[in-house]
Design a protein around this ligand. Structure first.
Ligand SMILES: Cc1cc2nc3c(=O)[nH]c(=O)nc-3n(C[C@H](O)[C@H](O)[C@H](O)COP(=O)(O)O)c2cc1C
Length: 193
């Protein structure tokens, strides 16, 4: 059983020139929330950030900002920026904070989202794990916004808002590829709804 899965994984993981095809990459990408302590190779990190910087943006504004956080203490503080769904960031070697300015760019959410998913797919191709941690519209139970907490930790200017934080690392939680037979093809409509 394990061997069969391994063979299947190897078959879809790479084509015969050692590259992961995009159709396989989209199937393999899953959220990872447990990471080893292994550091991220600097060239890999650069490739991941490059993917963000090459992402399409509204009016070609490229107005996003990204903060790469490696400091363990800051990672722990960022994990406490909202009430749920972010604690696992404490175990990630790197966080990439995705920021935008809503006053400058009416498409800051879209631009940031496309940059974030581009980084996730690039990381996946490199064999690394990521998870999107939502920060926009989130916060603590006492009403403090995640933005307020994150700005304080990372010295972010008042005009910048945090869309999400990507946790990034060498994954320690094996995830199965997405099941082809569970795709919601019924949500796709032809010509009319
Ligand atoms: C907009 C958005 C917000 C998300 N927020 C969180 C989050 O705050 N915490 C978390 O652990 N996962 C978060 N995720 C990851 C989703 O839970 C995950 O993508 C979903 O369960 C599907 O699983 P998969 O990514 O493994 O295919 C978020 C994903 C998206 C796209």
């Amino acid at each position: 059983m394990v061997f069969t899965f391994f063979l299947y994984f190897c078959t879809i993981k790479q084509n015969n020139i050692g590259m992961t095809e995009f159709k396989d990459l989209v199937q393999l990408r899953r959220s990872h929330r447990k990471f080893t302590e292994q550091e991220i190779d600097a060239d890999d990190l650069k490739l991941i950030l490059r993917a963000a910087l090459m992402a399409p943006t509204s009016k070609s504004q490229r107005a996003w900002q990204f903060v790469v956080v490696e400091d363990k203490m800051d990672l722990e503080k960022l994990a406490d920026a909202k009430n749920m769904g972010s604690q696992f960031l404490k175990g990630a070697p790197i966080a990439i904070v995705v920021l935008g300015d809503p006053m400058q760019n009416d498409c800051w959410v879209e631009d940031g989202s496309i940059a974030a998913i581009s980084m996730q797919y690039q990381a996946e191709e490199l064999g690394l794990g990521t998870c999107w941690i939502q920060m926009r519209g989130r916060g603590l139970d006492d009403g403090t916004t995640a933005d307020t907490v994150i700005r304080g930790i990372l010295d972010i200017p008042e005009n910048m808002c945090c869309l999400c934080i990507l946790a990034l690392g060498h994954w320690a939680d094996e995830r199965k590829p997405q099941a082809e037979d569970r795709l919601k093809w019924e949500n796709v409509h032809l010509n009319k709804y």
